[in-house]
Design a protein around this ligand. Structure first.
Ligand SMILES: *Cc1c(COP(=O)(O)O)cnc(C)c1O
Length: 231
């Protein structure tokens, strides 16, 4: 059954790429498996997915233990500094860096392990008070500060667009963050690339792809509705 959901999402990704004149390889599908049990992840893994997203450190670490080693794990949720040490060397990418203090802690833990940790800077593109992320106005300055830390490497930007019924309402936000990533790229800051743009979820991933997303984070569309009582 999850295979059917996945097929549908895959078809829609391909169609969006085609509309935008983009190649399918430019977009990575991240299966957002938060709150979902390990057998569900195994089913999606068996269908070929190798990128999974989680938003809680404890749940992420538990699932890493139970699933195959060739999975790329993405930390997409708000990250507390005291938990950084548990994940720095176990995730492929941290999407949710929104302060210098958090980046500094990642840097400290990366150096202890002798690694460089790839990160994205999370931007609160619609200035929603309920969301984490640096404002668009402060993003450039934060990128410059974080770029001085050699245990982390900025690979791009991430955003969570507002919840909307009509995904077209988010098109302007996606365009704004794409513009911001181009502006940052044009500054040619050492230790910074803007190769990744992580945006688009179940409700709006097609519009996000049309506006330049290179990673889409799809949960409900693959795994079905989440039941938070079970977690
Ligand atoms: C839960 C979550 C998603 C997936 O949301 P769906 O609407 O279920 O696709 C994507 N990104 C982040 C940061 C999330 O927390």
């Amino acid at each position: 059954m999850l295979q059917d959901n996945l097929n549908e999402i895959e078809n829609r990704i391909q169609a969006a790429c085609q509309r935008a004149g983009r190649s399918r390889d430019e977009v990575t599908l991240i299966a957002v498996s938060k709150t979902k049990p390990v057998p569900d992840l195994q089913e999606v893994y068996a269908a070929g997915v190798r990128d999974f997203g989680e938003n809680k450190v404890q749940e992420l670490c538990g699932k890493i233990e139970e699933l195959p080693q060739d999975i790329h794990w993405h930390m997409i949720g708000h990250l507390q500094r005291n938990k950084v040490k548990y994940i720095v060397d176990r995730v492929a990418l941290i999407h949710s860096v929104d302060s210098f203090r958090l980046a500094e802690e990642i840097n400290i833990q990366a150096k202890k392990k002798g690694i460089v940790v790839p990160i994205l800077v999370e931007v609160n593109i619609a200035d929603e008070t309920t969301k984490f992320g640096v404002s668009r106005e402060d993003a450039m300055e934060l990128v410059r500060q974080i770029a001085t830390l050699d245990g982390v490497q900025i690979k791009g930007l991430m955003t969570i667009a507002p919840y909307v019924v009509d995904s077209e309402e988010n098109r302007a936000y996606f365009r704004k963050i794409k513009d911001l990533s181009v502006d940052i790229d044009n500054e040619n800051i050492d230790n910074v690339t803007m190769d990744i743009l992580s945006m688009g979820m179940t409700g709006d991933f097609e519009v996000a792809i049309e506006e330049g997303a290179t990673m889409v984070r799809v949960g409900t569309g693959i795994f079905g509705k989440r039941n938070y009582q079970n977690t």
